[in-house]
Design a binder for this molecule. Structure first.
Ligand code: SAM
Length: 308
């Protein structure tokens, strides 16, 4: 394919070497192509070139992808690959790539394999020594994060929470202490109950960003305290419609109260054998705790001020 040859020519010797090592001789290729999450213009020139030139486009829903391709004037041979047939289809598609065919994998929206089918085909292709190339583009989680305005250097992408309330609350409880922004996908008919569980489990004082219908006509991004989000959704039924990404700010940092348990233990042992000042100095060297803090604590221990 032209796209591939051009990029290979531009790539460094080591990049070319790496690609050469990965691919089986004479085999085709698997392109994992991101498509728009709403606005049909959100697709890269490279993605369009790959889709136009692939021997086969494996699509989650051939009608949805057919519509996208028609919009861009692309005629392609489509084959369905979705969660119900991925296993059998993957074997068939790998056989075709082994015989030299190039396949472009797309999902209904955004990046394949991200809360969407695709991972199995990619794994099978890799096992067969077929080169796999991502063609990056739209993704709802990243689009929402980019416009969330949260000071979140780290985030955890969770995707869809369990559908049943008990499972959802258990999943949320396991995330409660994490100091990372949490990113969820949610369906419109569950968004209200999901937001109520987020507030109840994670704490109402945290911030939430509700990103709805991104890149579409009724796009809306609302940021508020988690305990105010339910009222905001309820105030207008339109706010509960469409597709949602929910982002919750990370757990607030726990301020360490007193000395870490290990420093406390070491100090006690040292104090049993050594004078106070020496215990604090040695304790600092052993545990990395501050000497002065250890000294103060040692004083309190000596004076019996602490609760034993
Ligand atoms: N693979 C996709 C991606 O890269 O983002 C995600 C597919 S997942 C099946 C669909 C979910 O993504 C929706 O239920 C919604 O939570 C989120 N989503 C997709 N498009 C969206 C949009 N335009 N605005 C907000 N959320 C969206």
């Amino acid at each position: 394919m032209e796209t591939e040859h051009k990029s290979a020519k531009r790539g460094s010797q080591s990049e070319r070497q790496e690609h050469g090592d990965q691919a089986s001789e004479g085999a085709g290729k698997l392109y994992v192509v991101a498509t728009p999450i709403g606005n049909l213009g959100d697709i890269s020139a490279r993605a369009l070139a790959v889709l136009a030139q692939a021997d086969l486009v494996a699509a989650e829903d051939t009608r949805t992808t057919g519509h996208l391709l028609a919009h861009h004037g692309i005629v392609a041979k489509l084959v369905a690959l979705h969660e119900h047939n991925e296993r059998e289809r993957a074997a068939e598609l790998v056989a075709r790539m082994r015989s030299g065919k190039t396949i472009a994998l797309v999902s209904d929206a955004g990046t394949p394999g991200i809360s969407d089918p695709g991972a199995l085909l990619v794994a099978r292709a890799m096992e067969a020594g077929i080169m796999v190339c991502p063609i990056p583009g739209a993704n709802a989680a990243i689009a929402a994060l980019s416009a969330a305005g949260l000071d979140a250097p780290h985030f955890l992408f969770y995707g869809f929470l369990p559908v049943k309330p008990a499972g959802r609350r258990a999943a949320l409880a396991s995330l409660r202490e994490l100091p990372y922004a949490l990113v969820f996908y949610e369906a419109p008919h569950r968004v209200t109950e999901c937001v109520a569980d987020l507030a109840a489990t994670l704490g109402g004082e945290r911030e939430i960003v509700i990103a709805r219908e991104l890149t579409k006509l009724f796009e809306a991004i609302h940021r508020c305290r988690l305990d105010q989000a339910g009222a905001w959704l309820a105030a207008d039924p339109n706010r509960q419609r469409g597709e949602f990404v929910l982002i919750v700010s990370g757990a607030p940092e726990q301020k360490q109260q007193g000395l870490p348990a290990e420093a406390e233990r070491v100090l006690r042992l040292l104090l049993a054998e050594l004078p106070l000042k020496q215990s604090a100095a040695l304790g600092a060297a052993i545990t990395g705790a501050r000497k002065n803090e250890l000294y103060q604590r040692a004083l309190a221990m000596r004076d019996g001020a602490e609760e034993e």
